[in-house]
Ligand binder design. Structure first.
Ligand SMILES: Cc1cc2nc3c(=O)[nH]c(=O)nc-3n(C[C@H](O)[C@H](O)[C@H](O)COP(=O)(O)OP(=O)(O)OC[C@H]3O[C@@H](n4cnc5c(N)ncnc54)[C@H](O)[C@@H]3O)c2cc1C
Length: 404
């Protein structure tokens, strides 16, 4: 575990009290917003969820299928520990809150194709190419890792199920256009230039739109468009028993499979395209050669992910970017670290951002760490070197001295 640096140190001077406190406002009803809303609600907090769209889970989380599995690397790393914890948290929460049926949870197992052998581990089973061929019914020539408890679920249905709690109120068609300080402990939320709300605690779960609000400009993420395509199995094609994850992932769903996902960095457009269907068909034949489907996609789903350069999410209090620029201005000159203060943050304003391509797995753990912090806990501190929302600002100041 890396030594925490000054900018990884955060504290909550005024944790949320359960009594006589106005609801926590969560902006965004995708996986980030729905997991934090439910996690707070389960701890007795009243939550008001606001979303710009006409319905819950209408943006990046709108897909009917998504893969969940542990993300492992050949050698153990701090990031791998984070993903393993996140995976455990997902499984635990789905079970604890009885969300399996409502989310179409299908723990059929995931075969991850690998180019060369991975070390033995209790997190997966190493499968030789001969068995991979047998499992996929193809002439695939690849070793694989088998994650027995992994599989797929329906993210949009999961979001809706998460919000079904008596402490949660949901309001759609509420676009937040500005958040500004109303006093030293209150925020003014401007909704669609007409309505204003006052809140003490706000969590942003705004996905690819995270940088749209001036107060949250520290949450710089990179949009990456993606599309999934559904194909019918051709006559005589055998059904896959497991998700296959290679160049693309192939999710078996009855008489069809869903293949994805395309990835176009820098593109913020969620319209379905025929070109992406063709790319997914090619992805299928690169992943499981000879697998027979009807080549015309029967359906497709697209969305925009909010990615970060290191693929890890941004979780915690929202950094005060102007203060960060000031207090860490000279870090590239190698001064003693104890010269620098802890991370300057906006009090009462938090975020779960940059979930990228792994939001199904990371959102519940992010929500667990953040809800604990909002209520006065410090479990998040251990993970701050990985998920600190200010890490890219600090790295830039260190590298070039350039202010964000
Ligand atoms: C094609 C595709 C395939 C994927 N496959 C997988 C997969 O297999 N496994 C996996 O783990 N992950 C996958 N992902 C990633 C996963 O879906 C995302 O990480 C996750 O959905 C992000 O959730 P979010 O809540 O951060 O953002 P979103 O779901 O985009 O939610 C953000 C919400 O905020 C609202 N909002 C934004 N700005 C405002 C505002 N100013 N006021 C009010 N509301 C606002 C939006 O309306 C939206 O509802 C995939 C993503 C895509 C696009």
């Amino acid at each position: 575990m890396p030594e925490p640096l000054p900018w990884d140190q955060i504290s909550n001077p005024k944790p949320l009290q359960l009594k006589n406190t106005p609801p926590v406002v969560v902006v965004g009803a995708g996986l980030a917003g729905c997991w934090i809303a439910r996690t707070l609600a389960e701890r007795g907090v009243n939550v008001l969820v606001l979303d710009a769209s006409t319905q819950v889970a209408s943006a990046g989380s709108s897909n009917p299928v998504g893969l969940f599995k542990p993300y492992v690397t050949r050698s153990n790393s701090f990031a791998m520990q984070f993903y393993l914890e996140a995976y455990r948290c997902l499984q635990h929460r789905l079970h604890q809150w009885g969300l399996h049926d409502a989310s179409n949870y299908t723990g059929c197992g995931v075969l991850q194709l690998v180019e060369s052998a991975y070390p033995q581990s209790h997190h997966y089973q190493s499968i030789p190419a001969s068995e991979t061929r047998q499992q996929t019914g193809s002439d695939l020539d690849a070793d694989a890792l088998l994650f027995n408890s992994a599989g797929w679920l329906n993210p949009a249905a999961l979001c809706r199920a998460l919000l079904g709690h008596m402490n949660i109120t949901v309001r759609c068609q509420q676009r937040i256009i500005d958040i500004s300080a109303a006093s030293d402990h209150q925020w003014k939320i401007s909704v669609d230039a007409q309505t204003e709300l006052i809140a003490e605690h706000i969590v942003l779960g705004t996905g690819a739109a995270s940088t749209g609000l001036d107060v949250a400009k520290a949450l710089t993420t990179i949009p990456a468009r993606g599309q999934l395509s559904r194909f019918s199995l051709a006559e005589g094609a055998s059904k896959l028993g497991k998700v296959v994850n290679g160049k693309s992932y192939v999710i078996p769903d009855g008489d069809s499979i869903v293949v994805g996902a395309t990835f176009e960095r820098g593109v913020n457009d969620n319209s379905v395209s025929e070109l992406d269907n063709a790319l997914n068909l090619k992805g299928l034949s690169d992943t499981i050669p000879e697998y027979k489907v009807t080549p015309q996609a029967i359906n497709a789903y697209s969305g925009v992910r909010a990615t970060t350069p290191d693929r890890l999410p941004m979780v915690g209090p929202v950094p005060d970017i102007d203060l960060c620029n000031d207090v860490y201005a000279d870090i590239r000159h190698g001064r003693q670290l104890d010269h620098y203060p802890p991370l300057p943050v906006h009090r009462g304003l938090y975020a779960i951002a940059g979930l990228g391509s792994r939001g199904i797995v990371t959102a519940p753990f992010a929500a667990s760490l953040l809800s604990d912090f909002i209520l006065g806990g410090q479990a998040i501190s251990e993970w701050m070197p990985l998920i600190n929302p200010a890490r890219f600002i600090v790295r830039q100041l260190k590298r070039s001295g350039e202010k964000a």
